[in-house]
Design a protein around this ligand. Sequence first.
Ligand SMILES: Cc1cc2nc3c(=O)[nH]c(=O)nc-3n(C[C@H](O)[C@H](O)[C@H](O)COP(=O)(O)O)c2cc1C
Length: 191
Amino acid sequence: MRVLGISGSPRRGGNTDLLLAEVMRGAVSKGAEVKTIILNDLKITPCQHCDACLEAGRCRIDDDMQQVYRELEQADRVVLASPIQFMGPSAQLKLMIDRCQALWARKYVLKRPPLKDRRERKGLFVAAGALKKADLFLPAVTIVKAMFTVTDISYAGELLFPGIDEKRAIAGHPEALSQAFRAGEKLVLDC
Ligand SMILES: Cc1cc2nc3c(=O)[nH]c(=O)nc-3n(C[C@H](O)[C@H](O)[C@H](O)COP(=O)(O)O)c2cc1C
């Protein structure tokens, strides 16, 4: 089983990265092969709405998103992780999600499987935000669910941590980290 983790945080080694690392450690402990992508390290152009994907079923922009498409196609489980920024996912993650328009075209216009094969894929969403506000995670969860729906990845759950702001603040919450580890284990075991 291959688990792909995607971090949308600009802060290397921050809360999102620490949580994602625990999920991936949990997955490895149950025998998964894992790959982590740090979106902030990639050069991904925003979707240009050129509509080339409507005919080609692929995005014509030749940038680092091509590598993300390939990893999504190879994954059995996908973990999206992001800080909350201005009430939504980070720009890095939203940019990647918008480029999934090519997968939308593949599925809804060309009637082909969005990720090439029809294996069962599951996805988990992990997020941390500074505030302790009702509905803090609602916009991000809605966006991530939309991406999973388009790509035929079933929503396996979410780990949402409010009140987490300083870099590595999550390290002071061992229960949160063990929750992340267990979620990684469960993601692999729930077949
Ligand atoms: C540009 C920016 C916008 C942010 N907007 C919000 C917000 O709307 N709500 C919130 O609770 N936290 C917000 N935060 C705080 C981050 O979500 C918080 O610090 C988080 O723990 C960062 O995770 P990281 O260490 O993985 O980057 C924002 C931070 C930045 C840099």
